[in-house]
Design a protein around this ligand. Structure first.
Ligand code: MG
Ligand code: ZN
Length: 194
């Protein structure tokens, strides 16, 4: 079993444009590639875990999810970033599209997609990390026994200043994915550039 980094997508790896529904809208955040290279070089499996409730809300055509996924993975390959898995939840309990309106076990912070990834990719979740810009990402880490890092890109800064009631704070707060990757590399006993 291998440790992984479960990465939120929007606001963590790429700019969160709000219900991203076309490959042209994928813009990588500054230093995201450098951060992903550091994580890659730590021999951590890189797994995308993304809530895409825009499908349930009728704002993203369901057929666009695989199109965006392919474009995202192509972009990662172009940067020599090996993505071991990519998992998306299209549901929302109050969605307007009946087919996707449900209280599922895969919408973060529910652990469903992490558990599925762990099963399919033989990952050691207890030795893994979650990086994301929302409380649901941090809560996902707590719910699965992984180490949670809140990044201040996307909505991170807004949430840092206003945690929801009863919220268990992240293990670490970092400016962006690159800083998070440096912290993880240090945890993993790797020397990294300053
Ligand atoms: Mg996000
Ligand atoms: Zn779901």
């Amino acid at each position: 079993m291998k440790p992984a980094v479960f990465l939120d997508r929007d606001g963590t790896v790429n700019v969160d444009v709000g219900y991203l529904c076309h490959p042209d809208q994928i813009t990588l955040l500054s230093r995201a590639v450098e951060g992903l290279h550091l994580l890659r070089d730590c021999s951590l499996a890189l797994v995308i875990i993304t809530n895409q409730a825009g499908v349930a809300r009728g704002l993203i055509p369901p057929g666009q999810l695989p199109v965006i996924q392919r474009a995202f993975l192509r972009l990662m390959r172009a940067h020599a970033i090996p993505v071991a898995g990519y998992y998306a939840c299209p549901h929302h309990p109050e969605g307007s599209v009946a087919e996707y309106r449900r209280a599922c076990d895969c919408r973060k912070p529910a652990p469903g997609l992490v558990l599925q990834a762990a099963r399919e990719l033989d990952l050691d979740v207890q030795r893994s990390y979650v990086i994301g810009d929302k409380p649901s990402d941090v809560q996902l880490a707590h719910n699965t026994g992984a180490t949670g890092i809140l990044v201040l890109t996307g909505e991170g800064r807004k949430h840092l200043e206003n945690y929801p009631p009863g919220f268990t704070p992240p293990h670490m707060v970092c400016d962006d994915l690159y800083e998070a990757a440096k912290w993880i590399a240090a945890c993993e006993g790797k020397n990294t550039p300053r």
